[in-house]
Design a protein around this ligand. Structure first.
Ligand code: HEM
Length: 493
């Protein structure tokens, strides 16, 4: 199987490999005077970094892992446009995108993806801080491990940039005492798909390192995974200008269904941005109250709702206790009948087939959004990898009543990936597998429930529907570096 060369010097690093910094802030704005915006942007030159340089920077950073204060103080930027922003830059050509969701924006799709209908409710788009009734043309982001470096870069941008109207500023930061965990206390960013593709024509230079042992036992599994549990997906599921997987064989690519857009979209990707407020008290009291009612431990119930313990260990591999297992082993499991060969050094029991959700409930968050090796309402398990996205979110905390997750995800089809997960799986009780209920983390509003099995008995848990409330969001396009050079930095424009 030959994989395509991905132009890593063209792709923005925010999507691949992701910035992975302690602080990641987002400035949302409207463009009021394009020429002024363009000329001042050229003067400030924020470091809009490509994937190749981001990968290199991560390598450099690793060298100073034990003495971060001595390491380089990187500052990375990204720039993305909503459909209205693209119209300002390229006029009618913006219409060439086929993705309906992107073309009409998140506000008009909000009720479809499960947000409240009434303006009286918190999560309704009229109450959003960004997007909704506060439309934006673009978002620039800055990320760094050093807050002073980040703040000075932000100030430089805010003072120097002209021709824009700043609408909102979101400040993402890792939780100081729990890096890598979200506000309900669970490790986040554990499971990510791996991009297929090469850095160059050299057949050993994969863009995602292949870590499976080459011994014959792993010969088959190596074809589908980059490392244990990291599903390989074709670059066309994330980037324009590449192919998606063929209809029935994830190991082959096909041009039939490749992302449709204008030529200049190549090496670009859609960015879904959702500012999600987490109601931590409501979540914790629900878990405590229901755990008491069922006479079980509250951490056990939490693990049933998410599908992982707070440490990130999947309940499928450690059904009773939160025991830490190695990073590689954390994703080495499925729910179906696919038998996995034992990994060297993995002393944990392998996950048992769990078709009825006795261990990991059918409605658990991670099982709803990625049913892994089991068949679903859309067909065989091979249909699921095209639904995966690159998640690059970060937590935020603006005080007691306004903390949560800045959900950021990259994909080449908003309708077939993000919106599909929201409408068809998260918010439907009988899909991807029947009798699961709603996704307990993301269900919003009344009459939502999830089914949990404990010792073979099914318990229906009625959900308050207010754990996660959208407080902003928009669909963006994160273009290639060439697009930025041709449409923003070019003096001939
Ligand atoms: C505040 C809101 C959210 C919270 C607290 C949350 C929490 C989590 C946690 C704890 C995990 C397990 C760790 C991991 O694999 O990274 C996870 C995984 C995941 N979440 Fe969410 N999430 C939220 C919103 C969303 C949304 C809006 C989506 C979009 C559809 C989503 C899609 C996913 C996916 C695809 C995975 C990986 C599943 C897998 O491959 O095993 N999450 N989330």
């Amino acid at each position: 199987m030959i994989e395509p060369v991905v132009q890593l010097d063209e792709v923005q690093g925010v999507s691949f490999p992701g910035f992975r910094k302690r602080f990641h802030e987002f400035l949302f704005f409207q463009i009021t005077d394009l020429n002024l915006f363009r000329s001042t942007l050229l003067e400030i030159k924020p470091n809009i970094i490509n994937s190749k340089d981001t990968l290199y920077a991560h390598e450099q950073w690793k060298l100073f892992k034990d003495e971060p204060e001595k390491g380089p103080k990187f500052i990375f930027s990204s720039l993305s446009f909503s459909i209205s922003g693209l119209r300002i830059l390229v006029n009618e050509e913006a219409k060439e995108f086929k993705d309906k969701a992107f073309k009409i924006g998140m506000k008009k799709r909000s009720s479809l993806i499960g947000d409240p209908y009434s303006p009286d409710e918190d999560g309704h788009y009229s109450n959003w801080k960004i997007g909704g009734d506060r439309p934006v043309d673009a978002v620039i982001s800055f990320a760094s491990d050093d807050l002073d470096t980040l703040t000075s870069e932000l100030d430089k941008f805010k003072i120097g940039i002209k021709g824009i109207n700043l609408v909102h500023h979101d400040k993402g930061a890792l939780i100081p005492e729990a890096h890598g965990h979200e506000h309900f206390g669970f490790a986040d960013g554990v499971s990510q798909p791996a991009l297929r593709g090469m850095r160059s024509d050299n057949p050993s230079e994969f863009i995602t390192e292949r870590k499976f042992s080459k011994i014959p036992e792993f010969q088959e599994i190596r074809k589908d995974f980059a490392s244990p549990g990291r599903t390989l997906i074709w670059p066309g599921h994330i980037y324009f200008g590449y192919n998606r997987q063929s209809a029935n064989n994830p190991r082959e690519e096909s041009s039939i269904d490749s992302p449709k857009g204008p030529e200049w979209a190549n090496n670009g990707t859609f960015m879904v941005y959702r500012r999600l407020k987490q109601n931590v008290n409501s979540f914790n009291s629900f878990v405590e109250q229901e755990a008491n009612r069922l006479n079980i431990n509250k951490d056990f119930l939490g693990a049933k709702l998410v599908g992982r313990w707070k440490s990130g260990t999947p309940i499928s591999r450690s059904p009773v206790h939160d025991k830490k297992i190695g990073r590689d082993m954390n994703n080495y499991f499925g729910f179906g009948f696919r038998e996995l060969p034992k990994l060297p050094g993995d002393s944990f029991k392998l996950a048992k087939p769990d078709p009825d959700g006795k261990v990991c409930p059918l409605g658990a968050h991670i099982r709803k959004v990625n049913p892994r090796d089991e068949g679903t309402d859309i067909g065989a398990a091979t249909k699921t990898p095209p639904k995966l996205m690159l998640r690059r979110g970060i937590t935020f905390d603006e005080g007691q009543n306004d903390k949560g997750l800045l959900f950021v995800a990259f994909m080449s089809s908003i309708t077939k990936q993000f919106e599909f997960l929201m409408t068809d799986w998260i918010n439907r009780t009988e899909q991807p597998r029947s009798e699961g209920g709603h996704d307990p983390i993301l269900a919003i509003g009344k009459d939502k429930f999830v089914n949990i099995k404990i010792e073979n008995e099914t318990h229906r848990l009625d959900l308050p529907g207010d754990f996660v409330i959208p407080t902003g969001g928009e669909y963006f396009f994160t273009p290639s570096i060439s697009f930025l050079n041709n449409h923003l930095y070019s003096p001939n424009q």
